[in-house]
Design a protein around this ligand. Sequence first.
Ligand code: ADP
Length: 492
Amino acid sequence: MKKYLLSIDQGTTSCRAIVFDTKGDIIAIGQREFTQHYPQPGWVEHDAEEILTTQIACIKEAVEKALAGDGAKEIACVGISNQRETTVVWDKKTLKPVYRAIVWQCRRTQNIAESIKEDSRFRERTGLVPDAYFSGPKIQWILDNVEGARSRAEKGELAFGTIDSWLIANLTKEKNHYTEASNASRTLLFNTKEMVWDKELMQVLDVPESMMPTVVPSDYNFGTTSKELLGFEAPVLADLGDQQAALFGQGCFEPGMAKCTYGTGSFLLSNIGEKFKLADGLLTTVAWQQEGKQPVYAFEGAIFVAGAAIQWLRDGLGLIENSEESENLATSIKSNDGVYFVPALVGLGSPWWNSDVRGTIVGLTRGSSREHFVRAALESMTYQVKDVIDTMQEDGIDVSRLRVDGGATKNNFMLQFQSDILDIPVQRAEQVESTAWGVAAMAGIKCGAIDCPEKLSEDWRCDHEFAPARNREAEYDGWKRALKGAFACATI
Ligand code: ADP
């Protein structure tokens, strides 16, 4: 019997389902986009039920393709990776959401985050920085703004979940209300040192304990897929937030190993081992916690606008037609000629955590062209990553090479510039689906289909290594001046 692993990869803009074999080769993919709702400037919502129906369609498509006409194949197990922090509140009995899902990018809860900024317990216990980005303030907002929600929650009728919990409750026969620590550690309500929901923090944010999912290990029997919904039964054996799944998929199992995913935003995670610690400007997050083992922690640099800057040049300004052409445009000029773009379009995340700063473009002359805008956007991805890595290094985390993945890593100019700026090798993974593979691999280890987990690290293959080729200190100095300017313009 050929054993396949199904990965459910629920992202910010699309749902995907990927069937892998046990070596990580892709057998079949189903992928569909779903609707983004922007009800007000700065607000972002998803329809949790649409996510569910879209995800089901993707799973059916991928599984049907993979198993077509051959009885000697089976889906051995399922893993789920998901967009993190996005918050759903639903009725425990009917599984009906009481409101649309509030997406991680949504800034509506800035005031709530501001109100807990000075409460050091949040930073010390959760490893996060109080910010609108995380789930806790989003739950409070739903309870305070959806009619009847607070009283129903207080009566124990409502459940909260990040998207993994929402999918587990809906796609399994058991309808379990579960999550695991890589997702729980993004809520501002989870004590990441003690690995339990923090009653005091829940009180501060006014979130009833009865709403919270049970936190189980990241590799666990989360339930069996419903045959009625999906057409097959298999155990769901792993659940990870998307960035932590990519860290696992990139084989970063040893402390000091780091990966960066360049998508809409960039997320740089560095494995720091089994001890919780804090570093200024960085988040401390649970990477994973496998059954019977100590949790593994990671430092995280969360950069909100990376590939999104290119999207904005395309959709907002109409300067380019597609993201691919950005590479040729950037390399058609010899240097940035002093033009810098600080893409603080939604404030800045790591290491600055400033919601007031806004985007700026500096250094323009009569000779500036769209090529300069494009190059400045691509360079800005690399400077922001350098800011994060420098912060990690100040905390004694020596990042000596960086493994990279994500949609924007198709851009060779950007990755070469990244290597130059960091002065370390940048390795693009051969496995383009690090996130989906990471959680599939964890499930595969759990069910025994992958019998030698150590090999996962040895089997990691580099598609291309970008080695440092030029000194870019002058450019980085220019970026730092541009950043200073952006901060000076912030309206506070
Ligand atoms: P996400 O998972 O966050 O939706 P993806 O990993 O699919 O993101 O990557 C898409 C992002 O990568 C988009 O923001 C897009 O602008 C950017 N992107 C895609 N191709 C390129 C490219 N060749 N050069 C630069 N950016 C790119």
